[in-house]
Design a protein around this ligand. Structure first.
Ligand SMILES: Nc1nc2c(c(=O)[nH]1)N[C@H]1C(S)=C(S)[C@@H](COP(=O)(O)OP(=O)(O)OC[C@H]3O[C@@H](n4cnc5c(=O)[nH]c(N)nc54)[C@H](O)[C@@H]3O)O[C@H]1N2
Ligand SMILES: Nc1nc2c(c(=O)[nH]1)N[C@H]1C(S)=C(S)[C@@H](COP(=O)(O)OP(=O)(O)OC[C@H]3O[C@@H](n4cnc5c(=O)[nH]c(N)nc54)[C@H](O)[C@@H]3O)O[C@H]1N2
Ligand SMILES: [Mo]
Length: 700
């Protein structure tokens, strides 16, 4: 049990005041523990739970104002029915019964039609990452219905598949050990913005003398504060890793004992590496040869060395193989031997939550519905056969966040598409809905959370009653299931039943972690050592149990079983013709004051971000007659949008950066970064390739 903490002290001090243990629901590796103070049924204060070891009582700039989100003046309070043209955002109030009766009738009719239930598509992602509201009653409902399945590829699936090839699963080093590392590489990672609670650990390591190196085409807020910044061309990280490994082997900076005991395929791999000289890597990456060699020597000689890889680098056509290649590094040098060494992209697969109990895929009863890729939803909504006739959108704002937005909008505009959007706000997507259903925020429902950036299970207790007539996703699907006549008992589970089911696995790491306990304490660490060094002696979750330089899993899918360089689809080297027309690489990474498109509707956060802006290198701006403060138009064959130029030399030459994701309706010309991004998918996992995107920029 956790020691008595601020929650208990506060509660004792004032008997009328209740302090509720909650968890941050957002799609962020930090999954913070939070305390919400409630007075007379109103949440009056939100703070980090000081007892929670990873987030240590601090919240980010966004979630420290979460109460403003829950009580926002533009919260949706009632179900709505469309009264104007699609996209106009004109609605009239209806009752829950009216809304749900109509949805059930439409779904029943589609399921009974010749096209069947596959004409229905759930569109949901990670607006909340709690198991109850993200993947439980909803999945059961759609499995029972036999709807099309959604492949959720918007964020991490290429990198996940890359890790699976090399390490066996989405597993990595414990972020709490970063403070003890002697060298830290922030590889396509900007923790000050997107992984805030790792940052104090990076600073602590730096204070103790560690070198901290950022690898990023953009001098991000974090890169600015590192000891060194290496800025490769976007999408060339795999080549950089191969060049580093060439030097490590050539200069014998490798751990032969670890390699012999804990890795597979070193002989063939070492032979392959011979061709990837530092000269070759430097040419591909647009770096100096000395930069590559020095980085290899730094990495090979500092012990322990920790790599924080983030998902930015895998949003490219070659992103999956790149992540797989980079993940080979710590096994080559034996960095895994130490708890403060290794690589961290995700910790998600250390959690053995019972997903089958949550999602009940058995309700498909042998049916195998088609699978639709979330990253190519524009294509699916405009061209799939048989057509998609109905979409149920929740935890997702596809019109703002999916690539090739003009195609996405064309899909959502279809008069014959029945569209339901469940959200707390009238998003860019909700404007196209036939029926809008008001959703609870994290203060108003139960949930249980894992994390992809630490090793704790967290509970979320409801702090306040739902605002207006809002309902949790789970309750909406419970009520819809009843209307559809689904009588399996799982459709009557309460939210707490679902939390219990999530934690029901018998796996050793889940021992002693039970809903009744975590609900009281707010958090519990997985059953792993305090100084968790997961692969100190191998034991990787791969088929061989070793770190796989040679992957039979990739070979069986028709890929090269050894690491290789898979170039981006849009770059001067890989598509010179295209690059002559559109010479600038366009990156649209997370804005500090938004969480994907969440929070971007609230004035406080928009004010903090200023306005949609494009950061440019002076040479690129000069060549186009652009000065800081000018309105500029970013365009390519897919679309265009306008924003304000900031000439600051933070992106490397040839790269432009537009912090995202702004809502279209809060942008100058009603469009955003995704007007230019593409639906092309990555080499592995069907992943989205938001940052593999060439554009031209001109003065507007
Ligand atoms: N404040 C805030 N926090 C967030 C989010 C947010 O929107 N706002 N989003 C959350 C989500 S959904 C996710 S997935 C996570 C992680 O989100 P990520 O998208 O990984 O974001 P960052 O960690 O900011 O890393 C992005 C960095 O990668 C760089 N980059 C882009 N392309 C390349 C490349 O080819 N090579 C290299 N080396 N670097 C490249 C960008 O310039 C940027 O600085 O963050 C989460 N946290
Ligand atoms: N150009 C560009 N596009 C990107 C990215 C980028 O870096 N650049 N990043 C990509 C990445 S990494 C990701 S993860 C995706 C994220 O894409 P999404 O998962 O769609 O994330 P959000 O934009 O935050 O939208 C989530 C929506 O869910 C709603 N929501 C939150 N909680 C609940 C709930 O309990 N119930 C219901 N019904 N709704 C809820 C929120 O109000 C919000 O409108 O975007 C991707 N798109
Ligand atoms: Mo993401």
């Amino acid at each position: 049990m956790n020691a008595p903490n601020a929650a208990d002290r506060l509660a004792r001090a004032d008997a009328d005041v209740k302090v509720v243990r909650t968890a941050c629901p957002h799609d962020c590796p930090d999954t913070c523990g939070m305390l919400v103070t409630v007075k007379d049924g109103v949440a009056v204060k939100i703070q980090g739970d000081p007892s929670m070891p990873f987030s240590e009582g601090t919240l980010c700039t966004k979630v420290s104002h979460y109460l403003e989100r829950s009580y926002a003046p533009d919260r949706l309070l009632h179900p709505l029915r469309r009264s104007g043209p699609k996209g106009a955002g004109e609605f009239r109030r209806v009752s829950w019964d009216e809304a749900l009766d109509e949805i059930a009738a439409r779904l029943k009719a589609l399921a009974a039609s010749p096209e069947g239930a596959e004409s229905i598509l759930p569109l949901n992602y990670a607006g909340t990452m709690g198991m109850v509201q993200y993947s439980s009653m909803d999945r059961r409902f759609f499995h029972r219905l036999g709807a099309s399945l959604l492949d959720r590829t918007l964020c991490s699936s290429a990198g996940k598949a890359g890790l699976k090839a090399t390490l066996g699963a989405s597993v990595g080093m414990d972020p709490e050990r970063f403070s003890e590392a002697r060298l830290i590489i922030l590889w396509g990672a900007n923790p000050i913005v997107s992984n805030l609670h790792l940052w104090p650990r990076v600073l602590e390591a730096k204070r103790r003398g560690a070198k901290v190196i950022a690898i990023d085409p953009y001098r991000s807020l974090s890169a600015e504060k590192c000891t060194e910044h290496v800025a490769p061309l976007p999408g060339t990280d795999g080549a950089l890793a191969l060049g580093l490994m060439h030097v490590l082997v050539a200069e014998d900076l490798i751990d032969r004992d670890y390699i012999a005991r804990c890795t597979l395929g070193f002989g063939e791999f070492a032979e392959r590496l011979q061709q990837y000289t530092p000269e070759w890597a430097a040419r591909i990456c647009g770096l100096r040869v000395e930069e590559v060699v020095q980085l290899a020597r730094d990495y090979g000689s500092a012990k322990p060395a920790a790599i924080r890889l983030n998902y930015g680098m895998q949003r490219h056509a070659g992103g999956g193989i790149a992540a797989r290649t980079i993940a080979c590094l710590p096994a080559l040098t034996g960095a895994w031997r130490d708890a403060a060494g290794g690589i961290l992209l995700s910790t998600a697969d250390f959690y053995d939550f019972d997903h089958a109990a949550l999602e009940r895929p058995d309700l498909l009863a042998g049916r195998t519905p088609r699978v639709i890729n979330h990253a190519a939803i524009g294509e699916a909504l405009t061209g799939a056969q048989p057509p998609v006739r109905a979409v149920i959108v929740y935890n997702n704002n596809p019109v703002a966040v999916c690539p090739d937005a003009e195609k996405v909008v064309a899909g959502f505009k279809r008069e014959d598409l029945f569209c339901v959007v469940m959200d707390s706000f009238l998003t860019d997507t909700a404007d196209y809905a036939d029926i809008v259903l008001p959703a609870t925020t994290q203060l108003e429902h139960y949930d249980v959370h894992k994390s992809y950036g630490h090793l704790y299970v967290l509970a979320n207790n409801p702090a306040i009653a739902p605002v207006g007539e809002a309902l949790p996703n789970s309750e909406v699907f419970r009520r819809l299931a009843a209307r559809m006549g689904y009588d399996e008992s799982c459709f009557r589970d309460s939210d707490e039943d679902i939390c219990r089911a999530a934690l029901g696995s018998a796996s050793p790491r889940m021992q002693g972690i039970a809903w009744e306990v975590v609900k009281e304490s707010g958090w519990q660490r997985l059953r792993v050592d305090e100084r968790f060094a997961p692969f100190a002696d191998g034991g990787f979750p791969t088929p061989s149990g070793k770190c796989e330089f040679y992957s039979a899993w990739l070979r069986d899918q028709g890929f090269d079983p050894l690491p290789f360089f898979n170039p981006p689809a849009e770059s001067a080297a890989s598509s010179p013709e295209l690059a002559r027309q559109y010479p600038l690489a366009f990156l649209s990474p997370p804005a500090r004051n938004f969480l994907n498109s969440s929070f971007a509707n609230l004035k406080r956060f928009r004010d903090q971000e200023g306005e949609p802006h494009l950061e440019m290198h002076r040479d690129d701006a000069d060549a186009r007659g652009i000065a800081g403060g000018d309105r500029v138009r970013v365009f390519n064959e897919r679309g265009s949008y306008t924003l304000r130029a900031r000439v600051n030399d933070k992106p490397r030459r040839g790269v432009v950066v537009a912090p995202s994701v702004w809502w279209r309706k809060f942008s100058p010309d009603g469009r955003n970064a995704n007007s230019v991004t593409s639906q092309r998918t990555a080499d592995l996992g069907g992943g989205a390739t938001f940052y593999d995107c060439l554009v031209e920029v001109e003065k507007a």
